[in-house]
Design a binder for this molecule. Structure first.
Ligand SMILES: [Zn+2]
Length: 289
């Protein structure tokens, strides 16, 4: 997507020089990345929305050198989060919701402390409502290219979609949906909790689509090819697709993020309508979701 000349957000906390946090983030990076995909994209007990505490770990100071690619990705992330600020401020105004309190994007490496417990790169990008931060280890973008085979360069809409999806969880939090769903999830069994999780995830995909709609309308930054790459990305992070790839079969009751078809559908619906009132994932039946 075209982002030349666009502003970079100030709401970014760069913790990349603070060290990797825990021992496991060194040495086993390949395995961790695979585990990260499974956790982030396929679910498990920890999804990419953290509402619970996970194990604490320490921080270690270290000398950090950045590659040119990392710096480009950091700039790209600052530009994308800036765009989400402009667009969600606009949408909140349009719909009379009030001021938009933007989240902070935290860039880190390996592991970092969050109000939801210790964050690990292995979890993939995630949002913590406890501190209203979006956490991103930039190595995830390489994972998308290498392990998922998501097409697109280092400023692709597919990569922006990952950030916009996490911001989508922040919108859910601001509108009260996230807490309500987390309460219901804690009061039910795992299978039902997974169903709530899927609806939260598809809503975040929808909001990412709404963001892309406004990007296109306000900035003309999105080509047909960009859009196709983002839709392909949504397809490749569907629970059914990832489970079949990992284990040869899919277990629908364990889905936490939705199928490929569902993820594509809700992202596209957001993109096509640009209408936040269409975020109806909790009103749909299993059949129409
Ligand atoms: Zn999510």
């Amino acid at each position: 997507m075209k982002l030349e000349g666009r502003r970079e957000s100030e709401n970014v906390e760069d913790r990349r020089s603070m060290g990797t946090g825990t021992k496991i983030s060194l040495g086993g990076i390949g395995g961790l990345i695979i585990a990260g995909l499974i956790t982030l994209l396929m679910g498990g007990n920890i999804g990419d929305v953290l509402g619970m505490a996970v194990q604490d770990g320490g921080q270690a100071e270290g000398q950090v050198e950045y590659t040119q690619e990392e710096q480009e990705l950091a700039k790209f992330s600052r530009q994308v989060i800036a765009s989400t600020e402009d667009i969600w401020s606009q949408i909140f105004k349009e719909y009379g919701i009030g001021e938009y309190p933007a989240p902070t994007l935290v860039l880190y490496r390996g592991g970092t402390q969050t109000a939801c417990g210790q964050g690990q790169a292995a979890m993939g990008p995630f949002y913590c409502s406890g501190d209203q931060n979006v956490y991103l280890d930039l190595s995830f973008f390489q994972t998308m290219d290498k392990q998922l085979g998501v097409k697109g360069d280092n400023s692709s809409l597919a990569k922006a979609y990952v950030i916009a999806h996490e911001v989508g969880h922040h919108i859910e939090y601001l509108l009260g949906t996230l807490d309500k769903a987390h309460q219901r999830m804690q009061a039910t069994n795992q299978t039902n909790a997974n169903k709530y999780s899927v609806r939260l995830e598809l809503m975040a995909d929808f909001y990412a689509g709404v963001w892309a709609h406004y990007e296109s309308r306000m900035f003309g930054s999105i080509s047909d090819r960009d859009l196709q790459e983002a839709i392909d990305c949504a397809q490749k992070i569907g629970d059914d697709y990832l489970q079949k790839r990992a284990q040869g079969y899919a277990q629908p009751e364990s889905f936490t993020h939705g199928t490929s078809a569902q993820r594509m559908k809700w992202f596209k619906l957001g993109y096509q309508t640009g209408d936040v009132r269409r975020a109806t994932t909790f009103q749909e039946s299993d059949a129409t979701l």
